[in-house]
Structures are given as structure tokens and as C-alpha cells.
Design a protein around this ligand. Structure first.
Ligand code: IPE
Ligand code: IPE
Ligand code: MG
Length: 266
């Protein structure tokens, strides 16, 4: 990465497209603290957080990023006070009702991963409608993780493999990671290149455990409702400055990059 490729003086510069992640996955944390700092009820933070989601969808589209995955509600979030859970579900439903048409108009392909049946028939129906409406869109792939847990995802993939093994169509003794992958919730999408967690905590909180194996991690103290395009660019700049080695040496990675560049210039 040469220094000259970036506008170093500007904090809001977007790195060149070749240095951008294809897939960004975000734990949107800090809504409650954002509200508390203002003497507001926690739900006010969640509402403001929904605005930040809209901005992020737009920012990804503008930057040519292919996939955005957002953690909206974890399988552990049912443990919150019942009132907060029901306000969150109300907000989820009204946001779905309001936003799906706009997503469609912007060529976004929308889908939800997680054990969604627990949300009840009304929310499930809205999700299925939104997925069907946008299924053929060719722009940003927006995935919302709702009642999602990384352990649940791996377990449900294992259940599918186990069923095939019992039926005799696969041999359990030779199961490989490559055989499990197509059964995971986000099968078919590239694995996240960049993971962002706002709100200052440095943990994964049972998000995409399998898929984050080689993802670059970025943690920021900025609370989710305050996470805007400038903050996003800082994360993208951090990503662009990293060398992804996937087990190889730095020298190997550089040689491959130089070889590719030479091929392109030939
Ligand atoms: C993230 O913000 C939103 C959800 C988990 C639904 P929080 O509600 O966790 O906000 P903090 O962490 O309490 O500030
Ligand atoms: C993670 O945030 C889940 C979502 C953002 C939806 P939490 O705020 O629930 O995470 P923990 O419990 O602090 O780890
Ligand atoms: Mg939190």
C-alpha cells in the first residue's frame, strides 16, 4: 500500500475501490448508552440507531461495497426486560413496513438470517415478503441478523449434515468444512472482509462465529447512533492499510500482489 494512494490529510477519504472490503459485517452496539447520555429512554437510542442503518445502507451503495450484514437482535437479546424486547420488535416491524419498498427502489437485495419463527407470524410474513420482492435485485446484498446466534447457525448446519448422514447420502467419517459451509445461513455470499463493532466493547457476542475466521476486526468507541459516513471511512481506511496473509508470509503476499500488478501492466 503506497501512501500516495490515500488522501492522508482528510479523515473522510474513501480508499480506492480495489482496497475496499466486498463484505462488511457490523455489530451495531451502543444505542442504550446513546439514549442514557441524553436522559432519554433506551428505545430512543434504538430509533436513532435505525436512522444510522439507513445511512450505512446508502454509504455502502455509494462506495460499491457488495454485501452489508447487520446484527440487529441476538439470540441472547431475549434476556432483556420484556418491555425493551417488545419495543424492539415493534420497531423492527415498522422499519420493515416502511423501508422495504425503498430498498427495492434502490436495487438492494434484502434478507434476514436467524431463527425468525420466534418473532411471530406478522414479522415473519413481512420478512418473507421483503425477501421475495427484492430477490432479483442486483445491487447491495443487505443481510439482517435477527434472533441470530453464531452457535445456532453452526448447529443448524450440523443438523442438516446429520440428517443426510442418517439417510446415507454422505459419510460422516469424511465430513469437511467445505461440506458444512453450504448449510450455513449466509451460504453463497463471500465471507465478511471487515467486521465493525461500535460502542467500545471488544467481543463477538455470538455473531458470525464461523464466517469471521479470517475477517479483519475493527472496534470503535463511537456509539452506533453516532456512526456516520466519516466514521465508516475511518474503518475502511484501517482495513485498506492491513495486509491479509491467510497463513502465508508477508513476502509471499507481496510477491503475489507484484505478480498480479505486472500481469495487469503487461
Ligand atoms: C445495540 O445497542 C442494539 C441491540 C442490541 C438491539 P444496545 O441496546 O446494546 O446499547 P447499549 O450497549 O446498552 O448501549
Ligand atoms: C450484540 O449487542 C447484539 C446486537 C448488536 C444486536 P449486545 O449489546 O447485546 O452485546 P453484549 O450482550 O453486550 O455482548
Ligand atoms: Mg449493547
Amino acid at each position: 500500500m503506497t501512501e500516495s494512494r490515500h488522501v492522508v490529510s482528510s479523515t473522510s477519504a474513501v480508499p480506492p475501490i480495489s482496497d475496499l472490503p466486498r463484505h462488511v459485517a457490523i455489530i451495531m452496539d451502543g444505542n442504550g448508552r446513546w439514549a442514557r447520555q441524553r436522559g432519554l429512554p433506551r428505545v430512543a437510542g434504538h430509533r436513532k440507531g435505525a436512522d444510522a442503518v439507513r445511512q450505512m445502507v446508502q454509504a455502502c451503495g455509494e462506495r460499491g461495497i457488495s454485501c452489508l450484514t447487520l446484527f440487529a437482535f441476538s439470540s441472547e437479546n431475549w434476556r432483556r426486560p420484556q418491555k425493551e424486547v417488545s419495543l424492539l420488535l415493534d420497531l423492527f416491524l415498522t422499519t420493515l413496513e416502511k423501508e422495504v419498498k425503498k430498498l427495492h427502489a434502490n436495487n438492494v437485495r434484502f434478507s434476514v438470517i436467524g431463527d425468525i419463527e420466534r418473532f411471530g407470524p406478522k414479522i415473519v410474513a413481512r420478512i418473507r415478503e421483503g425477501e421475495a420482492l427484492t430477490a432479483a435485485n442486483t445491487g447491495l446484498v443487505l443481510t439482517i441478523a435477527a434472533n441470530y446466534g453464531g452457535r445456532w447457525d453452526i448447529a443448524q448446519a450440523c443438523r442438516q449434515l446429520a440428517t443426510q448422514a442418517v439417510a446415507g447420502s454422505i459419510d460422516p467419517a469424511t465430513i469437511t468444512p467445505e461440506q458444512l459451509e453450504p448449510h450455513l445461513s449466509m451460504a453463497g455470499l463471500p465471507e465478511p472482509d471487515l467486521f465493525i463493532r461500535t460502542g467500545g466493547e471488544q467481543r463477538i457476542s455470538n455473531f458470525l462465529l464461523w464466517q469471521l475466521a479470517y475477517t479483519e476486526l475493527y472496534f470503535t468507541p463511537v456509539l452506533w447512533p453516532d456512526f456516520d459516513a466519516v466514521q465508516f471511512n475511518l474503518a475502511l481506511q484501517s482495513f485498506a492499510g492491513r495486509q491479509r496473509r491467510f497463513g502465508q508470509t508477508g513476502e509471499q503476499v507481496e510477491a503475489q500482489r507484484d505478480g498480479k500488478a505486472a500481469g495487469q501492466n503487461a
